[in-house]
Ligand binder design. Sequence first.
Ligand code: IPM
Ligand code: MG
Length: 357
Amino acid sequence: MKKNICLLPGDGIGPEIIVQGINVLKAVGKKFGHEFLFSEALLGGAAIDATGEPLPAETVRMCREADAVFLAAVGGPKWDNLAPEKRPERGILGIRKELKLFANLRPALLLPELAGACLLRSDIAARGLDLIVVRELTGDVYFGVPRGQEVREGQRVGFNTMLYSEEEVQRIAIVAFETARKRRNKVCSVEKSNVLETSRLWKEVVLETHKQYSDVTLTHMYIDNAAMQLVRDPSQFDVILTGNIFGDILSDEASVITGSLGMLPSASLGASGPGLFEPIHGSAPDIAGQDKANPLATILSAAMLLRLGFNMDTEANAVEKAVRTALADGFRTGDIMENGKTLVGCQEMGEKVLERL
Ligand code: IPM
Ligand code: MG
């Protein structure tokens, strides 16, 4: 099969880690007889430096033309003092909106190979952690209007609008229920319906949508309780369905307790058109250019790209297996290093995976 992939290396460690992802995709192409064609576009700080904009129109055009978008990471202290609409983050938010990527899938998995890195007490970790956050990505307080800052009665106020339409809730709920059917058949919808009208609507629509998915067990949890349950007993969760801002927070929490933020991939999907695949960690400017970054989240994002973007299950499984074998063979980057293991850099870790593919 012939497929076009648009690369967005971005900033910080982005350019180093994406190379390892590309190498894996090329190897998969060779092994399974696919032709992957790569184009490269600017996003975030790199785009600001070159064009003055975090999301140039040319980048949007190139992403739309591709079959999948492969993003590494954006942002860094260099661009921290820019106005909100000029910041690198706007590049990410903009491309999500432009490509209508309303569904963000963030799996958090405690690999047995990395159990020692888990931040939870060992009796809690022993119950397992294998969940996926299905986060709505193009609505909520992130995009709601009105928003802004102004002076009211002599003092500055800031305001944002938390807003969801029933259609937005319904389509993400469908993604969550469909995802659950391929896993352990459980969805926990997370909101704050004891306080927020937006969440009351969210819960109503999730309940209505659930009528078509009665084979899936649906539970509801307030966000504060969910944040607590996630550290108390993450084994209770299969699919967590939630909105944009709660999902932003919960997905960081879910991933960091596995102890390996540098390991976790994500996919952002729309109803049609190319999906966007990226590691969930940031651009780590403090270690950029030093060959220290962990490329495994990027490589695992390439696996998600193959599975969800191109329907290439066998190929995705092969990549995931190669990653686990490299870990089982004792190779570790600094962020997941343990006693008795072999410390490798970003490039070498990529090579270890390639050898096992
Ligand atoms: C994420 C990030 C982004 C978000 C930022 C970089 C805009 O935190 O992907 O979770 O808030 O969605
Ligand atoms: Mg986040």
